[in-house]
Design a protein around this ligand. Structure first.
Ligand code: NAD
Ligand code: LMR
Length: 329
């Protein structure tokens, strides 16, 4: 057996983690021969609940779970971590404006970025799921000057999976027949799920489905507003699907994307497709040897570019807001 990989997870007593931690411990993230150490961060009032989650992890008797460390101090919990899942975030409460939300999350992601900078392993990879995920990732990376910016990603894989699911249902094919889905931009209702580069059984998805009205008036808003629809139906935000997507993203980042396909990852922009540097935006990416590459040369029509520009404008506004709060440089 190899040395355990140290994995930090924040918000560990929350609902996403109630699914995520068990998947990690079972080997779904890194494979059935890789032991893991879980290092779980919570706020002090949630530590008791977290102890209950750890009891359940113990009771699962996972052969790959080497040990579990819990705490409320990121400087301790992030010590030596190779992978970090930043799931815990401050939800929007009644009367809270967007600016208040960004400020409240700044108070979480600024010190966590700093703690990762000071204590994580040299090879650390950080995935931000907590909302607003793209801008929280920007705050964290801005406060971790010694960690390369590209080691901070945000989650848009859930949107990617949602888009693939909707296309499969409409086309009447198994979801495994849908490939090359791309989510552009922000994990928010402005995101742009691109059907022109997506494929169904290797053919352009928009050609196979051949229903422009459905693609524009149904598919697009369904994927963009799926998070809100789940909150409305369930009375709580998506949890199992968010945990699955979080596993998918980190699994592929570490172990590589499927041959001949790509995935959607929110990464620090390098200026590709007119997306300015200095924001964390979703692109089609492939991964190999633990690094990702933005897929270049995709066909982007004027229609698609306008949609990309709109979601990028929102990310730029969020960046400006957190910059004015002194959370990013
Ligand atoms: P939850 O409220 O059930 O759990 C969040 C947990 O985070 C709580 O236990 C809380 O105590 C903890 N927490 C708060 N501040 C913390 C801090 N400073 N350090 C450590 N832990 C802290 O929420 P959830 O349903 O698990 O969702 C978590 C986040 O993920 C939310 O922001 C949600 O909006 C977001 N989300 C993102 C996606 C995505 O696709 N990117 C999808 C679903 C949910
Ligand atoms: C989702 O996409 O399901 C979540 O980001 C929704 C939310 O606001 O928590």
């Amino acid at each position: 057996m190899s040395t355990p990989v140290k994995i930090a997870v924040t918000g560990a007593a929350g609902q996403i983690c109630y699914s995520l931690l068990f998947r990690i411990a079972s080997g779904e993230l890194l494979g059935r021969d890789q032991p893991v150490q879980l290092r779980l961060l919570e706020i002090t009032p949630a530590l008791k609940a977290l102890e209950g989650v750890v009891m359940e992890l113990d009771d699962c008797a996972y052969p790959l779970l080497d040990s579990v460390v819990i705490g409320d101090d990121p400087n301790h919990v992030f010590d030596g971590v190779n992978l970090a899942f930043l799931v815990g975030a401050r939800p929007r409460s009644k009367g809270m404006e967007r600016g208040d939300l960004l400020e409240a999350n700044g108070a979480i992601f600024k010190p966590q970025g700093r703690a990762l900078n000071d204590h994580a392993a040299d090879d650390v990879k950080v995935l931000i799921t907590g909302n607003p995920a793209n801008t929280n990732a920007l705050i964290a990376l801005s406060n971790a000057p010694d960690i390369p910016a590209e080691r901070f990603n945000a989650l848009t894989r859930l949107d990617h999976n949602r888009a693939a699911g909707q296309l499969a249902i409409k086309a009447g094919v198994p979801v495994a027949d849908v490939s090359h889905v791309t989510i552009w931009g922000n994990h928010s209702a402005t995101q742009y799920p691109d059907v022109f580069n997506a494929r169904i059984r290797g053919e352009q998805a928009s050609t196979v489905i051949d229903d422009t009205a459905w693609l524009e008036n149904d598919f697009l808003p369904t994927v963009q507003k799926r998070g809100a629809a789940i909150i409305e139906a369930r009375g709580a935000s998506s949890a199992a699907s968010a945990a699955k997507a979080t596993i998918d993203h980190m699994h592929d980042w570490v172990l590589g994307t499927p041959e001949g396909d790509w995935v959607s990852m929110a990464v620090p922009s390098d200026g590709s497709y007119g997306v300015p540097e200095g924001i964390v935006s979703s692109f089609a990416c492939t991964t190999a040897d633990g690094s990702y590459t933005i897929v270049e040369g995709l066909e982007v029509s004027d229609y698609s570019q306008a949609k990309i520009d709109a979601t990028v404008a929102e990310l730029t506004e969020e960046r400006d807001a957190v910059r004015s709060l002194g959370l990013v440089s």
